[in-house]
Design a protein around this ligand. Structure first.
Ligand code: PGA
Length: 256
């Protein structure tokens, strides 16, 4: 869905070191956003934090939402040591990242991922599904691979829930790298993903899905992806883990 407001999602990964630091970060972030509001900049953030910190951070949020970086594809029952997506949603956590390449590298297959997407959407969590090629080839075969990935993951997902689906295009080669994809490279993939979605589910359902970009975005490049990259928002790793950088990005993206 073409959003009127950009969707800026931070991925804290395995930081910060403890709950106290996490709370201090959110408190300081909220203070900065209150100051921005006085300048008529209504910034809003999504922070995917380590599971164990998530519910403790929710009471400190006014201009943002707290999410997780993964969930289990499990339903209520007799399984030891895991939580279900609906349990997660019942605590006030509103969104999750799914299929991040660092999770897939630990062995998550497309079937499992598809199940997680289904359960996450059913639990009414905003679901940020990551896709991205590990490398590019001149012939553009990576575009087909991305389309196929998407088709396989979304094949059985209820289309009626698509307004809560966000696709994050994250080229694996850009994650943690010194430089991001160019806005042209991003734009090309976004078009191809939109086409694949329309073919798969029809234009009306495809239109409900937002697409964001992630991978080595900095304060210098953030806004350019929104303007020239054809995306509705950003997924930020390192740039969301440093307060000044994150607020600078939020300010630039929400400024008219
Ligand atoms: P990065 O990470 O912004 O540090 O490259 C992005 C991500 O892994 O989502």
């Amino acid at each position: 869905m073409k959003r009127t407001k950009p969707l800026i999602v931070g991925n804290w990964k395995t930081t910060p070191a403890n709950l106290k630091e996490a709370i201090n970060f959110v408190k300081s972030l909220e203070k900065k956003l209150t100051a921005l509001k006085k300048k008529s900049i209504n910034a809003y953030y999504f922070l995917a934090v380590p599971d164990i910190f998530a519910t403790s951070l929710i009471p400190f949020t006014k201009y943002g939402e707290i999410g997780t970086q993964n969930i289990n594809g499990t339903t209520l029952g007799q399984e030891t040591g895991i939580t279900t997506p609906s349990m997660v949603a019942s605590t006030g956590i509103t969104f999750t990242i799914l299929g991040h390449s660092e999770v897939r590298a630990r062995g998550e297959d497309l079937h499992t991922l598809s199940q997680k997407v289904t359960l996450s959407l059913k639990a009414k969590l905003l679901t940020v599904l990551c896709v991205g090629e590990s490398e590019r080839d001149k012939e553009g075969n990576y575009l087909h691979e991305l389309e196929n990935d998407l088709k396989e993951i979304l094949a059985n997902v209820d289309r009626a829930l698509f307004s809560n689906l966000v696709i994050a295009y994250e080229p694996i080669w850009a994650i943690g790298a010194p430089v991001p994809a160019t806005t042209e490279e991003c734009f090309e993939v976004v078009i191809s993903l939109r086409r694949a979605l329309a073919t798969l589910v029809g234009i009306e359902h495809a239109k409900k899905v937002s697409i964001i970009y992630g991978g080595a975005v900095t304060e210098d490049t953030a806004k350019s992806f929104l303007i020239d990259g054809g995306v509705d928002g950003l997924l930020l790793g390192r740039a969301s883990q440093e307060l000044k950088t994150f607020t600078t990005i939020l300010e630039s993206c929400f400024k008219n």
